[in-house]
Design a protein around this ligand. Structure first.
Ligand code: AMP
Ligand code: ZN
Length: 493
């Protein structure tokens, strides 16, 4: 495979507040961690957008020839309501309301998450660890932070001492929050909390008697803090210092700020070189969120049954719609915008499908080389997919002109152009050719016709064992062959 990793790739780093030239810690290798979903309800399209941004980034790194280890966790414990240290565990609450086991909730929504991502043609991460599978690692980190004097135990719970940490480190360096402002703006403790200061956050919480998701620890039967899970899993699989950590913009504070504090407190070094944050998908100008009811579920697009949609849409059209925006821009969802994307998507795919049929000439009136460079430049400028898509459309325009006999392309340039456009559209953007997706029935009948032909040949050779086997095995998968005077036909049930 061709390696492109020597190109200069710039990535916006939330930590430095600017686009930095990306340099992997170990040449040719990348470690990337992305905060996964809390599996207590169906993922909505907003969640899908964030994971899609990182899927596109993962795909591009792979295309560039990097060996990348992509870790995306499943949060199956410890994420409390309101992202705070008090309140019910989101998964336990759902289990209580549905009267099922917490792990049934986890299973149900992990399956939903995977099915959804598959429908949108996501690549699988390299490792998908669960928080509950890493309780031991979390307990070890807490012990270290206590030993370093940066966490305290009180009534069976352990809290991170933010003020103490800030004496020697900079709490707020990622989110740009100032500790003085934080002290000023945080609600005073209501007397119910064990924390010394309201800025402190839980590393371990003692479980109340009714809290069913609990594990033994040196401090109490309890459960780990949400922020700690990601520190434990990223450190375990990517090391104490790795290349990229991503997540939605809403996780920058407090989640990622706390991850930095925990890692620096326990390992003494900054855990991540590049912090990446994907921006929000909004609906009617408001953040799509489960808690407010302002959301669309992925399945709504496939059925079209939603007050927000005029008709069903293909997953690739939705994917195209999202990638038409830069991952760091807010994207507002609307049916009209989606309809416009559908038109654009169809035009793109149609042009790609026309490539094989284009007439070739002696000259090329299109600078394939500089167009190819423009495509890479777009992606190398902080994964600018809208610019990439604009470049793809300049090729579409040219393809249509060749098709209409208005201009020409040589055979060699056509091969190069086809390969580039296919790479960017299908490998990097992860779109799928709907023609080849939707015509599943055509593919099936073509395949059965091949088997019918083989069976006829077997019969002609008097190999009745084989011909019967073909008939019986097709029947077993619900395809019935019928021999008639005009040959063999088939029906499916
Ligand atoms: P959660 O399951 O709530 O932890 O969210 C999973 C991921 O989806 C996180 O990275 C969130 O930042 C992201 N997310 C949540 N809401 C939205 C939204 N409206 N648009 C984009 N990303 C979102
Ligand atoms: Zn996380």
């Amino acid at each position: 495979m061709q390696l492109y990793q020597n190109q200069e790739l710039k990535i916006y780093n939330s930590l430095t507040g600017k686009k930095d030239v990306f340099k992997p810690i170990s040449e040719g290798h990348i470690g990337m961690y992305v905060c996964g979903p809390t599996v207590y309800s169906n993922v909505h399209l907003g969640n899908v957008r964030t994971f899609m941004s990182f899927d596109m980034i993962f795909r591009y790194f792979k295309h560039l020839g990097f060996k990348i280890r992509y870790v995306r966790n499943i949060t199956d414990a410890g994420h409390l309501e309101n992202d705070a240290d008090d309140g019910e565990d989101r998964i336990a609450k759902k289990a209580r309301l549905e009267q099922i086991e917490p792990m049934e909730v986890v299973q149900m929504y992990t399956v939903d998450f995977h099915n959804t991502l598959n429908a949108f043609n996501f690549l699988h991460p390299s490792i998908e660890p669960t928080a509950t599978g890493h309780i031991i690692e979390q307990i070890e980190i807490i012990k270290t932070i206590i030993d370093k004097g940066l966490a305290y135990q009180i009534n069976g719970s352990v809290y991170f001492d933010v003020l103490k940490y800030n004496e020697t480190h900079n709490y707020g360096k990622l989110s740009g929050r100032n500790i003085e402002d934080l002290i000023h703006n945080t609600r005073a403790l209501d007397g119910q909390s064990d924390k010394k200061n309201p800025q402190d956050f839980a590393l371990w919480k003692k479980a109340e008697p009714q809290h069913i998701m609990r594990w033994p620890s040196p401090w109490s039967d309890g459960f780990p803090g949400w922020h700690l899970e990601c520190t434990a899993m990223s450190t375990k699989y990517l090391g104490e210092h790795f290349d990229i950590h991503g997540g939605g913009m809403d996780l920058k504070f407090p989640h990622h700020e706390c991850e930095i504090a925990q890692a620096e407190a326990s390992n003494g070094q900054s855990p991540v070189n590049v912090w990446m944050h994907a921006n929000m998908l909004t609906l009617n100008g408001q953040k799509m969120a489960k808690s407010t009811g302002n959301y669309i579920l992925p399945n709504d697009f496939f059925t079209g049954e939603s007050k927000h949609l005029s008709k069903p849409f293909n997953a690739s059209v939705v994917r195209f719609f999202m990638l038409q925006a830069h991952y760091r821009s807010i994207l507002d969802f609307s049916n009209d915008a989606l309809l416009a994307s559908e038109k654009g998507f169809n035009k793109l795919i149609e042009a790609i499908n026309d490539l094989a049929k284009l007439p070739v000439g002696n000259t090329t009136d299109f600078d394939v080389k500089s167009w190819n460079n423009n495509c890479y430049n777009a992606m190398n400028d902080d994964f600018n997919t809208p610019i990439l898509i604009a470049e793809l459309f300049s090729a579409v325009k040219f393809i249509n002109q060749v098709k209409n006999g208005k201009t020409s392309i040589t055979k060699e340039d056509l091969t190069t152009l086809s390969s580039i456009i296919n790479t960017f559209v299908f490998d990097v953007l992860g779109l799928q050719n709907i023609d080849s997706c939707d015509d599943g029935s055509d593919k099936l009948s073509d395949t059965v016709e091949v088997l019918i032909k083989l069976r006829a040949e077997a019969r002609a050779n008097k190999d009745f064992a084989l011909s019967d086997k073909i008939r019986d095995e097709l029947l077993a998968v619900g395809i019935q062959l019928k021999d008639g005077k005009d040959g063999t036909s088939f029906s499916t049930n």
